[in-house]
Design a protein around this ligand. Structure first.
Ligand SMILES: Cc1cc2nc3c(=O)[nH]c(=O)nc-3n(C[C@H](O)[C@H](O)[C@H](O)COP(=O)(O)OP(=O)(O)OC[C@H]3O[C@@H](n4cnc5c(N)ncnc54)[C@H](O)[C@@H]3O)c2cc1C
Length: 481
């Protein structure tokens, strides 16, 4: 049977843009269908606007004054538009040979899509392969009263034209924590409510406490270990009833932000007609990003596996390589980095300490404080730590946590090292420029030498070469040098 297209990509976010561009560059007749504007969550409602606000918050903190929110709202529009023009605009993809269409796609059968255009017309299009990259939306929990109470999610937050005096943020995950700090620094009184006892529950508690302290110092009111029992209010004021240890308190604020996770858009695509299996957690894919239908692939947030732009791009690459090149490629689930861009940043890659402990893996923890990184000292940003989990003798890195300035950049070194089998010994032997933050990565790796330096060995060196110096005290393997 002949199909109109070799590959149709549904959704023009991070996963869709990457896959459409790659498919076209491999010579496949490719269509990309997007129901809104190309760019997806990252450009319009996620990474980009959140980082703009974090930067504006930091500027406001340094300047020590409340900022003009109208200017910030303008910056949000202007910078998002710049990113769109530079990387997401349909012409960029048309120039690559992609047929870019606006419309909402649903499956009619396993090789046919129905596309509903803006004017209401419906068109049917067939393809040999499909790549579903339709993303996710904010999960709004079934809290009594929330449906009828005005609230923001990431979809509406960045469109606000007036800065609220106060805002309650439900959820202390990466989105809630980043937005809490940004708005607090801009002058909005923030309260974070979270059922867990700490923020950033997926990260290492020893380090997230540093981020939590920083937010508290900025003035964020933390209501942790507290469940929300009901919500009510109007456009002018919301009331949030929380319960902690059996006692209830009513919090009040001008606005409410719900940041309680994401839900994949898998239920919106009539996947039943195509025989593609999915659950509430997303479209089921194997490590090659293939769905239950051999010719249909899925990548990005729609799979519910990861919720990062870089993983959407990685999965898109995996899916297109398998679908169009027939070269087996799997999702690299061992070296997934992430970063929450609060100040200080909290970043991670690979296995966590908890996962290693649960699996009974033998490893050493190599710790290095930011207070010993000269560049952090000159920048007066000495808060933070590098923790590396690695094998004792080989120095093979199993995972790393970095909390501090530029942690999002630092974690990239460990991702690169892990992916390419670069041990701590090799990092320690690499020359990094002084006084960069990257030198901190080398000095953290030096800890591997320190932990492996034995008194017996030094005694032998002294004896062989007849050295006469005092034997250093090597008894504490965790000493920082
Ligand atoms: C506030 C916030 C901050 C974030 N910060 C970061 C960060 O710092 N770093 C990071 O890595 N990640 C971050 N993320 C996550 C990141 O934005 C997502 O992981 C990423 O955008 C997912 O890309 P995607 O292509 O899977 O989906 P999306 O970007 O959501 O793209 C899906 C696209 O499909 C379209 N679509 C949906 N259904 C249909 C249909 N039926 N027909 C046609 N089109 C359809 C949608 O309109 C959308 O454009 C953040 C997310 C949020 C919400």
């Amino acid at each position: 049977m002949s199909y109109e297209f070799d590959m149709i990509v549904i959704g023009g976010g991070a996963a869709g843009l990457t896959s459409a561009g790659m498919a076209a560059s491999l010579g496949a007749k490719t269509m990309m269908i997007e129901k809104a504007r190309l760019g997806g969550d990252c450009t319009w409602y996620g990474c980009i606007p959140s980082k703009i606000l974090l930067n504006k918050g930091k500027e406001a903190k340094i300047a020590g004054r409340k900022t003009n929110y109208a200017e910030i709202a303008d910056a949000l529009d202007r910078i998002r538009e710049e990113v769109y023009e530079d990387a997401d605009h349909p012409d960029i993809f048309r120039n690559m040979g992609v047929d870019v269409r606006t419309g909402e796609a649903t499956f009619k059968d396993n090789h046919t899509l129905s596309i509903k255009k803006e004017n209401g017309d419906v068109e049917s299009i067939t393809a040999r392969y499909f790549l579903i990259a339709a993303g996710s939306r904010a999960f709004v929990p079934p809290i009594p009263g929330l449906d009828s109470t005005p609230h923001h999610t990431n979809h509406t937050l960045f469109e606000m034209k007036k800065q609220p005096e106060s805002m309650i943020v439900i959820g202390g995950g990466p989105i809630g924590s980043e937005m809490a700090q940004a708005f607090q620094r801009l002058g909005t009184q923030i309260t974070i409510v979270d059922m867990g006892g700490r923020i950033l529950s997926k990260d290492e508690p020893e380090l997230t406490s540093i981020v939590q302290d920083s937010l508290e110092r900025d003035g964020v009111n933390m209501q942790l270990g507290s469940g929300v029992t009901s919500v009510s209010g109007t456009d002018k004021e919301v009331q949030v009833v929380i319960e902690k240890d059996g006692s209830k308190t009513t919090l009040k604020a001008e606005k409410l932000l719900v940041a309680t996770g994401r839900i994949p858009n898998a239920d919106k695509l009539n996947l039943e007609a195509a025989g593609v299996k999915y659950t509430k957690r997303g479209i089921e894919v194997n490590p090659k990003c293939r769905t239950s239908q051999r010719h249909i692939y899925a990548a990005g947030d729609i799979t519910g596996l990861y919720q990062f732009t870089h993983m959407s791009e990685h999965m898109a690459k995996v899916a297109v390589t398998n679908a169009l090149l027939k070269v087996p490629m799997k999702i690299d689930s061992k070296h997934v980095p992430w970063c929450t861009f609060t100040d200080p940043e909290m970043a991670h890659v690979g296995a966590s300490k908890k996962q290693l402990d649960e699996k009974g893996v033998k490893y050493e923890v190599y710790r290095f404080p930011y207070s010993k990184i000269d560049r952090a000292i000159t920048d007066e940003s000495t808060e933070g730590w590098i923790h590396i989990y690695a094998k004792k003798f080989s120095g093979k890195i199993l995972g790393a946590d970095v909390c501090g300035v530029h942690a999002g950049e630092m974690i990239g070194y460990y991702a690169l090292a892990m992916r390419n089998g670069v041990s701590l010994k090799k990092i320690a032997d690499t020359i990094f420029p002084y006084p960069g933050y990257a030198l901190g990565a080398r000095r953290a790796a030096d800890q591997w030498y320190i932990k492996n330096q034995s008194t017996t060995l030094v005694k032998w060196i002294r004896r062989i070469f007849r050295y006469r110096g005092q034997l250093p005290d090597l008894s504490d393997p965790d000493r920082i040098v």
